[in-house]
Write a protein that binds this ligand. Structure first.
Ligand SMILES: Nc1ncnc2c1ncn2[C@@H]1O[C@H](COP(=O)(O)OP(=O)(O)OP(=O)(O)O)[C@@H](O)[C@H]1O
Ligand SMILES: [Mg+2]
Length: 494
């Protein structure tokens, strides 16, 4: 049948698990001073000439925007004196707050001793800046501290973009130069025991707060190091919030909840940044508390609420090219861990085969995401991933395997106005000849655009009264709820 567990109450919406208090674990060893920073010729007569931030800039962002050359001169003097004074080893043993206090005291002493003229607010700003450089991620700090940012994209020292509310915008953040940027990239990747430089210019890493990081350095990145950060959201979005945003209707959300609960095998398909991982995380909230779930991810982003979860993460090869653990290794290993459900963060290669095998062999309710622009494309991507994995199976056999494994494909899309929508809930039905047949339960129709350029559209059902997973819903005692949700969705079509 569909599962071994007894029926029990639908788990109520739980609030997300609390995160560790410090969102970002800072790297405490100060960097070696650069040539200019270690210049010992401290002049006592340099006035601080910090330009005042423009009115529309936020206070924190302003502290990282372009400063005058004089400011950097003063900062370099103070920095050089600081590096000579502090005990790096001792600093690295302190927690961040104490380290900041210690640096603050020394910086004040240096400013007094060198008779540098500064107002209190300028002094505070300088201290903040130096602390960010010594303990944190320099000009990125104010961006990392904001929770409304989805992505940070740094294209060399002078160009930093962020995505806020679905829209990509340029910021006023600048790095002093590309070597400061590379230095910060190095600090980030060193936390996961990796290195980024000319000889190994590509690196994936993760900030201590869970944010996913990619660095690609010169000579591969032509205009300076390129850093991309997918910010970790402390409070993950829930299906209720997606309903509020208009990404899905309440009825659609109800259908998704049932799909998650009744252990359908689900693939979430979508383009880059379309909300696949978010949606996967939402669906996992409807997994019952007692189920043993194993998750496999490249960078752990999922936040499952259940107690019985084992989280696995892949490992890239080290500098000698050894020690790699691939997604496929993890998925295969998972099968020996007695999982009830397997969740694969992103299926992008031969592990597709192992996930389908798992779905097929009693691990109902397994889920994964993949990059594709429509449910149909997701099916062909799946097939090509299996073929590219070196399996010499006839394509009909692969398709048979797909239809007997995957129950539902949910399509996430980021529309051109920046909004994210669930555009399809599609069932995989079977094979007709060589063709995989599917049926849409819910689709999003674009109707046009309003005066502000926002997309206007609506979700509508396709009139399917009895989806293929009906029997499964009945087995889990959810058939009435499913019928009601489909009914309500049908009515809202009108
Ligand atoms: N429906 C939504 N409405 C608004 N914001 C959303 C929605 N879904 C996701 N987001 C936000 O969009 C960003 C990207 O989401 P997510 O990481 O889920 O995308 P993804 O498709 O998994 O991306 P990638 O392809 O890079 O793995 C996140 O900051 C997330 O909070
Ligand atoms: Mg993702």
């Amino acid at each position: 049948m569909f599962g071994k567990r007894s029926l029990s109450e639908e788990p109520a919406n739980r609030s997300p698990a609390p995160l560790p208090a410090s969102q970002i674990e800072r790297h405490r060893s100060p960097p070696p001073p650069s040539a200019s920073e270690s210049d010992p010729s401290l002049r006592s007569d340099v006035p601080a000439s910090e330009p005042k931030p423009r009115a529309e800039e936020s206070k924190t962002a302003a502290s990282s925007s372009r400063k005058s050359d004089k400011y950097y001169e003063v900062k370099n003097q103070v920095f050089a004196a600081l590096i000579e004074t502090i005990d790096v080893a001792q600093l690295s043993r302190m927690d961040t707050d104490h380290a900041r206090d210690a640096i603050g005291e020394i910086v004040n002493d240096i400013i007094t001793a060198k008779k540098i003229l500064m107002s209190i607010s300028e002094q505070n700003e300088l201290l903040q800046d130096i602390c960010n450089d010594v303990l944190g991620y320099g000009p990125l700090e104010p961006l990392l501290a904001r929770d409304d940012i989805a992505d940070i994209m740094v294209n060399g020292a002078d160009t930093v973009y962020i995505e806020v509310g679905g829209k990509v915008q340029k910021t006023d953040i600048h790095f002093r130069d590309n070597s400061q940027l590379l230095h910060i990239c190095q600090r980030i990747v060193s936390q996961v025991g990796r290195r980024v430089d000319e000889s190994s210019p590509i690196c994936d890493a993760r900030l201590a707060d869970g944010s996913r990081v990619n660095v690609i350095a010169p000579p591969l990145a032509i205009d300076g190091p390129s850093l991309t950060i997918r910010k970790f959201k402390k409070d993950k979005l829930t299906l209720d919030q997606l309903v509020k945003f208009g990404s899905i209707t309440p009825e659609g959300s109800e259908i998704l909840q049932i799909i998650g609960r009744v252990r359908c095998n689900v693939l979430i398909s979508g383009g880059t940044g379309s909300g696949k991982t978010t949606l996967l995380n939402c669906l996992t909230r409807y997994i019952e508390l007692g189920e043993r779930v194993v998750t496999c991810e490249d960078a752990a982003e999922l936040q499952l609420q259940q107690p019985h979860v084992v989280r696995l993460e892949t490992r890239p090869p080290n500098i000698e090219g050894e020690g790699q653990v691939t997604m496929r290794d993890l998925v295969k290993n998972c099968l020996r861990m007695r999982p009830e459900r397997i969740i694969v963060g992103e299926v992008r290669g031969p592990e597709a085969f192992d996930l389908l095998q798992a779905m097929n062999t009693g691990h109902d309710g397994s889920m994964g995401t993949l990059h594709a622009n429509s449910p149909r494309e997701a099916l062909s991507r799946l097939e090509s991933m299996i073929t590219m994995g070196g399996y010499t199976l006839p394509s009909k056999t692969i398709r048979e395997m797909i239809v007997s494994s995957v129950d539902v494909i949910v399509q996430a899309t980021r529309l051109r106005d920046g909004s994210r929508r669930i555009t399809h809930i599609t069932e995989v039905l079977g094979l007709e000849g060589d063709v995989v047949t599917t049926q849409d339960l819910l689709v999003y129709e674009m109707l046009g655009e309003d005066a502000k350029g926002n997309i206007v559209g609506r979700h509508r059902t396709t009139g399917i009264g009895r989806p293929r997973f009906w029997d499964r819903a009945r087995y889990y005692g959810e058939e009435k709820r499913l019928a009601a949700a489909l009914d309500a969705a049908e009515k809202s079509n009108a």
